[in-house]
Design a protein around this ligand. Structure first.
Ligand SMILES: Cc1cc2nc3c(=O)[nH]c(=O)nc-3n(C[C@H](O)[C@H](O)[C@H](O)COP(=O)(O)OP(=O)(O)OC[C@H]3O[C@@H](n4cnc5c(N)ncnc54)[C@H](O)[C@@H]3O)c2cc1C
Length: 405
């Protein structure tokens, strides 16, 4: 494995860095640039999306023929990392979750007709999208979460398609999304019991019950609870085959988890940059804070953890680019990068003292946001369990090398 960037990818990375430094980071200090949920305000977002697109810094993950830049995952990693050095970054470049993961899976599994109807408008930035899988727990303790086998939202066959009854929650972006992907139960089969569908927000038979208040800043459209009470979905809006819902989810989650890691690495780096700046300036006794060994130990540890997560991310990206599912590698990257983000945000906040706890810098924003990283797209405990199961199955092969020939 050689993670050296090609001149083209490095130039793209540098352009994104410049855009983030010049156009996004300066906006963060002014409250007028935020919406009511601590994200970039819609008008400001529209303007900056236009600028990013005009510079070709748009939908890097999508094929050139569809208006993107056709990057492989290992090429996306350095670019996504640069994007999220600003808390406003990814959405400006059309690389934020959940659109990012939704676009990648639709490109992978959709028919040409489905791509034209459901994918292209997301790439064009004309609509946003949501992925609806997780369910609130019912009285019996059931409901899709870490265990998709507990899914109770049902899709029942009709003459022309499917009728949906059930509930979903924590659906990111649902209050603003036009295109929804939905996972529902179509049979009791253990492996083939779930199927995937797409529907439009304008269809009747569903509603948003509430936008769930959360501890951190929110993606546009929030995190919503949804109720399905007879939503009709024509069969042509089923993705893949009946029973392939879990398969689609796995196809989506590999790259989607990894692009989270890429973005979080950038966010972690930013937190450390702010802390380094502070530690360099702040007087401590006759010197500066940065000269204190205990401060250096904190910064060195945080930097090392970011680099560890970054290497795991690149390895997983490289494997996915070879056509591997990279389940082990993605799980390792997800756990380590989520922890690295926590460490970096906590270190930054600590070293900045009271200023870190204030809203004068984005560090407290990053600190609150970071907490979800250990939960979303698989809790860390579940990823560790997945890894342990691989070790049990593979034995010494778990630590096997990738060898030529
Ligand atoms: C900010 C945010 C955004 C989200 N966006 C979306 C979205 O867009 N679409 C969507 O479908 N979902 C979304 N989710 C839901 C998220 O994917 C789930 O929260 C996650 O899968 C965990 O499911 P759960 O909350 O039901 O927790 P549970 O499954 O109830 O698990 C609770 C805890 O139990 C432990 N645990 C669970 N299983 C095991 C195990 N096997 N071994 C050991 N420990 C275990 C873990 O510590 C876990 O955190 C979002 C969640 C958050 C917080």
């Amino acid at each position: 494995m050689d993670f050296t960037l090609t001149p083209e990818v490095d130039a793209l990375r540098a352009s994104i860095r410049k855009f983030v430094d010049d156009r996004l980071i300066p906006l963060e200090a002014d409250g007028a640039n935020y919406d009511a949920h601590e994200n970039i305000a819609p008008g400001v977002l529209a303007r900056l999306r236009g600028e990013a697109r005009a510079q070709g810094l748009w939908a890097l993950q999508m094929p050139v023929a569809r208006g993107g830049r056709g990057l492989k995952l290992a090429e996306m990693a350095p670019c996504y990392e640069e994007m999220n050095r600003s808390i406003f970054g990814p959405v400006v470049f059309n690389s934020a979750a959940p659109d990012d993961g939704n676009m990648m899976v639709l490109e992978r599994v959709g028919t040409e007709a489905q791509k034209a109807r459901w994918l292209q408008p997301i790439i064009d930035g004309a609509v946003s999208s949501s992925f609806a899988m997780t369910e609130p727990m019912d009285d019996a303790g059931e409901g899709c979460g870490s265990d998709p086998a507990l899914t109770y939202t049902k899709a029942t066959r009709t003459n022309t398609g499917w009728r949906i009854h059930g509930r979903k929650w924590f659906i990111t972006g649902a209050d603003a999304a036009r295109h929804f992907m939905l996972i529902a139960r179509t049979s009791d089969d253990e492996r083939k019991g779930l199927s995937a569908f797409v529907f439009d927000a304008g269809q009747p038979g569903w509603r948003i019950v509430r936008r769930i208040p959360i501890m951190g800043p929110e993606e546009h459209g929030g995190h919503c609870e949804m109720e399905f009470d007879g939503l009709e979905i024509p069969d042509e809006n089923r993705l893949m085959e009946v029973g392939d819902g879990l398969k689609l989810t796995q196809i989506r989650l590999g790259p989607a988890r990894l692009t989270h890691c890429m973005r979080w690495t950038g966010l972690a780096r930013r937190a450390l940059e702010i802390a380094m700046d502070h530690a360099n300036k702040r007087r401590s006794g006759t010197g500066r804070l940065i000269e204190r060994e205990s401060v250096q130990a904190l910064l060195g540890q945080a930097g090392m953890e970011i680099q560890t997560g970054r290497l795991l991310t690149m390895h997983a990206a490289w494997k996915l680019d070879q056509g591997d599912f990279a389940r082990k590698e993605v799980s390792m990257a997800k756990v380590v990068v989520a922890d690295a983000l926590h460490r970096a945000a906590d270190t930054a906040l600590q070293l900045m003292g009271a200023r870190g706890y204030s809203k004068d810098t984005p560090v407290e924003w990053i600190y609150r946001y970071a907490r979800q990283a250990r939960l979303v797209d698989g809790a860390s405990e579940v990823h560790r369990m997945v890894l342990a199961n691989f070790m049990r199955r593979e034995g010494t092969a778990f630590f096997g090398w990738d060898a030529h020939g």
